[in-house]
Ligand binder design. Structure first.
Ligand code: AMP
Length: 503
């Protein structure tokens, strides 16, 4: 089934329900959105592309992004959502690799896309969403929905990658449908009156929440700032109500610490994930906004869907293992199998630490034109996530760090996350990242990069006392480096490689 069917059905069931809003303003109901998407699809096909061809979407968050995405699917094409802040050379690599004949850009990405297209003879059209060319696409005769088989590609998702060249994760229509159904079964129910506010990039984290909301005829609200503005987000909660949002942990932290007045009455759910959420941070967020949080753990290769902690887990604060549960990433989604594997790729006993592997209908088809990486990632029928963790006797999965981030000092394994969690419980610590530095005697030693709160900046000695009071001595940082900010990639993940290179 073509996932665009979900939108066509919503238009039949709820033609007058708001489908799309830009900031506080509703710009289309489902009937109007569906009509415009059929026309845009007709316009795309008139450019001479054929079902299966790729369309690169390089846009800041904008309602036209949502339209272009569905138009691409409706026409049987494959969407390639690309982060809007990439350098022209990075764009050129992806355009060339995926072989997209058409690129759709927004005003802020147009010139970078044109520069990149200049390096890629395969790109035949770069169309800006504000241009007359886009208006012409939207005026084409409507195209009937092009059917797609379950394994046909819907989405080529280039991994953000903190190292190496990005790889195109091949997600089929069946993968995206499985992801949608798993949201309903394990994250949250969605009603027609709900909406999703897109404040994180729709090309990444926020984009995968579009489908479950469209399936229920809920409204997709695109924050107008196109970026992340806490004041605007709070206004959108008030204006629209019943709001769900996806937020990376750093965004949750910024919302929690924002000075603006926030009435959480209009907020239904914040789904967080995409990076480690520290226990101290989620507790502070719950204190400010109430029990409105759910967590997902996923990766591009198994989008949104490996494990989840729903609101019930967050609410159950009387549970004797509440803090451990908060520090975990929850339990396997209904539709996936999760295995913690040892070196031989077999399941380890509960409690033991190994590589997290996933199997199920949400798992990618492989990497685009990269059979070697595909067969490595999908060896023995399991997706090898590259993440390391352990399952407990109640089925909760706790992530340790990625294997390359593990610090081995004097033969002992030290998981940076544990040291980071301990440091973050100190009131003077705003952000922290822990890495290993080569040491002639111990192999590696622990170094902590710390962003301090300006009001009461703690000294290294104070932090050391704090760590020793909370975790084993051998894990304590041998050095504290005080920095103004941590280096992060475009999706907000801390670049540990950059920190290591500073050492
Ligand atoms: P990406 O493919 O860019 O979405 O990155 C996926 C990676 O982010 C995963 O393999 C994990 O390392 C990390 N990640 C995703 N969700 C979580 C989470 N809830 N907690 C900790 N790390 C996460």
């Amino acid at each position: 089934m073509n996932v665009a069917v979900l939108l066509a059905r919503a238009a039949l069931a709820h033609p007058h329900a708001p489908a799309l809003a830009h900031g506080e303003r509703v710009v289309a109901d489902y009937a109007a959105a569906s009509e415009r998407i059929a026309r845009l699809s007709g316009g795309l096909i008139a450019l001479g592309v054929e079902p299966g061809d790729r369309v690169a979407l390089v846009m800041k968050n904008h309602p036209a992004y949502w339209e272009a995405l569905f138009a691409t699917w409706h026409a049987g094409l494959t969407a390639v959502p690309i982060h809007s802040k990439l350098h022209p050379k990075e764009l050129a690599f992806i355009f060339e690799n995926c072989g997209a004949p058409v690129v759709i850009a927004s005003d802020n990405t147009q010139s970078a896309c044109e520069e990149a297209a200049g390096m890629c003879p395969g790109v035949r059209h770069v169309i800006g969403i504000e241009s007359t060319a886009f208006a012409r696409l939207a005026a084409a005769p409507p195209l009937p929905l092009v059917p797609r088989a379950p394994d046909d590609l819907a989405w080529l998702f280039y991994t953000s990658g903190t190292t190496g060249r990005p790889k195109g994760v091949m997600l089929s229509h069946a993968n995206l449908l499985a992801m949608t159904l798993n949201y309903f079964s394990d994250v949250d129910a969605i009603a027609r009156e709900d909406c999703i506010v897109h404040a994180a990039p729709m090309s990444h984290g926020s984009g995968i929440y579009i489908l479950p909301h469209v399936a229920r005829g809920a409204c997709n609200v695109v924050a107008e700032s196109g970026g992340f503005d806490a004041g605007e987000i709070f206004r959108l909660w008030r204006r629209h109500g019943q709001v769900t949002m996806f937020a990376a942990p750093t965004m949750v932290k910024r919302l929690t610490e924002a000075r603006e007045d926030a009435d959480p009455a209009g907020l239904k759910t914040i789904v967080y994930g995409g990076g480690p959420m520290y226990v101290a941070d989620i507790q502070a967020a719950i204190l400010r906004f109430g029990q409105r949080f759910a967590q997902i753990y996923g990766q591009g290769e198994s989008p949104m869907t490996i494990t989840a902690s729903d609101k019930a887990v967050h609410r159950d604060s009387a549970h004797p293992r509440y803090l451990e549960r908060l520090g975990s990433v929850g339990r396997a989604f209904t539709g996936v199998e999760v295995m913690v594997a040892g070196e031989d790729d077999r399941a380890l006993p509960l409690g033991e630490i190994g590589e997290i592997c996933v199997r199920g209908s949400v798992v990618m088809q492989g990497y685009w034109k990269n059979p070697e990486a595909s067969s490595k990632a999908l060896a023995n029928g399991w997706l090898h996530t590259g993440d390391v963790g352990a399952l407990d006797h109640e089925g909760f999965l706790t992530l340790k760090d990625r294997s390359k981030d593990l610090i081995i000092s004097g033969g002992s394994n030290i998981y940076p996350r544990e040291v980071e969690e301990a440091l973050l419980t100190h009131p003077g610590v705003a952000e922290v990242s822990v890495v290993g530095r080569a040491h002639p005697e111990w192999g590696e030693e622990v170094v902590a990069f710390v962003v301090r709160r300006p009001q009461a900046p703690p000294s290294a000695a104070e932090l050391d006392d704090h760590v020793v009071a909370n975790i084993a001595r051998f894990k304590r940082p041998k050095q504290y480096r005080f920095v103004d900010a941590l280096p992060k990639n475009e999706t907000g993940k801390v670049l540990k490689t950059a920190l290591r290179s500073l050492l």
